[in-house]
Design a protein around this ligand. Structure first.
Ligand code: SF4
Length: 503
């Protein structure tokens, strides 16, 4: 039996491989030009694929590894040598991929059997059973799903009750580090000859792509053993403080105590079950506090699994959703990082430098600004998709179009929009910023503030009725006509300067 292993299914222990003797892998170079993907992302992907190939060969599998332009060309080459072969493929999470691959294989005389993708903890059937009659139009809520998964898989449970008595320790995940705190060092993985060779190829072939082309940007595990050592490092060195500082933003710090495991999970190098087990075991050994472990478990089996299923249920409409009818292009600062706004300059530089920014930078800085600025959700989705090492369409679309842009309410009942106050509370950015966070209008006022109020006013018809926006609209109602005039003027100035690359 031949298993066709995709670039985000890189586990030598993937279930279908147990009964396979032959593996097909296709490295599609033209496909990687669909977007100007970050060189670190492409280096990581191709290097991880080639390392997986070598590991599989070491385990005795015959591996056909095709370097080509498109999946169609790769399959043509494969079926010339192995006409009529029957391939088995783990169901790719991206919308329409299974159908497209089936068509490509059948056009070339082969057959394709699509089986369960075991790189996730939960199956589509389980989600659908949980969702019952609930439709996409009614929306899905992560917290209910998360509790269901905790019970179903007995994760951090004490009989029927959640460990510690609460399902969620979010209120203990909002500390900011004291002065002088420094995060644990990040794990390092020396690029071997194979990674160097791939990097050379990537930087030549994709020379015009966006992001830091240096090999130093490739700080991500490219093999399963490196990914396992990153997991050990997270659990022993970073997890203890992860909870407290989960939502914090610190100038000059890109990693804080975050796990940095998302690229490994999304490439298939790590399985969600093993990363959750490692964190929970550390809690039981009293080496990590509950607020850290629960927060991490929630990211993995709550959010990550939830996003995959909601995407599956809400596509293709979710990809094009734009309920707030926001149409602006992303301002140039997303590409060049040139801005006096410390928060955005930090976040964009983190993405540019290594293809990564942590979840609060993603949601409350990068997405929040695009939302209140009025950027098209699809433009922001594209930017996330090409810029982040852990980004795939199934990941970014629910996170960016759904949650960050509130282009659909499938996932949340209110937008994650905030003024500069939130960033000021969670970071040390504002103290040294050229802009003044306490001011909303006039020259020098924090751009987030006027944009935020203007956004609420602009979208009043859609948002006012949303239950959880009541408090925000009571503040809207308290502003005078003069205040609104000044807010509108400042918001327009901010948008014009952002467009001109002068913010
Ligand atoms: Fe960002 Fe405004 Fe704070 Fe500057 S003052 S860092 S622009 S939130």
């Amino acid at each position: 039996m031949t298993v066709w292993l995709l670039g985000d299914q890189l586990s030598p222990d993937a279930a279908p491989l147990a009964t396979a003797d032959h593996v097909l892998m296709i490295e599609a170079h033209g496909f990687a030009e669909r977007l100007p993907y970050h060189p670190a992302k492409l280096t990581l992907l191709f290097s991880a694929m080639r390392h997986c190939r070598d590991e599989l060969r070491g385990r005795g599998y015959e591996v056909t590894y095709v370097e080509t332009e498109t999946f169609g060309e790769g399959l043509s080459e494969y079926f010339e040598a192995a006409p009529d072969d029957a391939l088995v493929l783990m169901d790719p999470p991206s919308h329409g991929a299974a159908a497209r691959f089936t068509e490509l294989v059948e056009e070339r005389g082969g057959t394709l059997t699509v089986v369960e993708n075991d790189r996730f903890l939960t199956t589509p059937d389980l989600f659908d059973e949980w969702a019952g009659d609930r439709s996409v139009d009614e929306g899905f809520r992560q917290e209910q799903w998360y509790r269901f998964v905790r019970r179903e898989f007995d994760i951090l449970m004490n009989g029927d009750e959640p460990e510690g008595g609460a399902w969620n320790y979010d209120d203990q995940n909002r500390e900011t580090p004291p002065d002088g705190w420094s995060p644990p060092p990040t794990p390092t993985f020396d690029p071997d000859a194979l990674t160097r060779e791939v990097h050379e190829f990537v930087t030549e072939r994709y020379a015009d792509h966006w992001g830091n082309p240096s090999l130093e940007a490739v700080v991500w595990p490219v093999t399963r053993s490196e990914a396992l050592s990153a997991l050990d490092h997270f659990v022993s060195a970073r997890l203890p403080e992860f909870g407290d500082y989960q939502d914090a933003l610190v100038e000059g710090e890109w990693a804080l105590s975050h796990s940095l495991l998302s690229s490994s999970l999304n490439l298939g190098l790590l399985h969600p079950q093993e990363v959750v087990d490692s964190a929970v075991e550390a809690y039981h050994r009293e080496e990590a506090p509950l607020n850290s472990v629960e927060g991490f478990v929630r990211q993995v089996v709550g959010w990550r699994e939830f996003m995959r299923h909601v995407y599956r249920r809400a596509m293709p409409a979710m990809g094009e959703a734009n309920q707030l009818e926001q149409e602006r292009e992303l301002p140039p600062l997303y590409w060049d990082g040139e801005t006096d706004m410390t928060c955005l300059s930090e976040a964009v530089s983190h993405v540019h430098d290594r293809g990564y920014a942590h979840h609060i930078e993603r949601l409350m800085v990068l997405s929040n600004f695009a939302l209140v600025y009025g950027a098209a959700p699809q433009a922001l989705n594209r930017w996330f998709h090409l810029g982040f090492v852990d980004a795939y369409h199934w990941v970014t679309t629910p996170n960016v179009v759904g949650m960050g842009s509130f282009a659909t309410d499938v996932l949340s009942s209110k937008p994650y929009a905030s003024s500069g106050n939130y960033i000021n509370e969670m970071s040390d950015f504002c103290a040294g910023c050229e802009y003044t966070v306490s001011r909303t209008t006039g020259e020098g006022a924090c751009p987030f503030n006027a944009l935020y109020w203007d956004f609420l006013k602009e979208n009043e018809e859609r948002l006012r009725g949303t239950g959880r926006m009541g408090l925000m609209y009571s503040h809207v109602d308290n502003k005078s006509d003069e205040e609104w005039e000044a807010i509108r003027e400042r918001a327009e100035t901010v948008r014009e300067r952002a467009r001109a690359g002068e913010l």
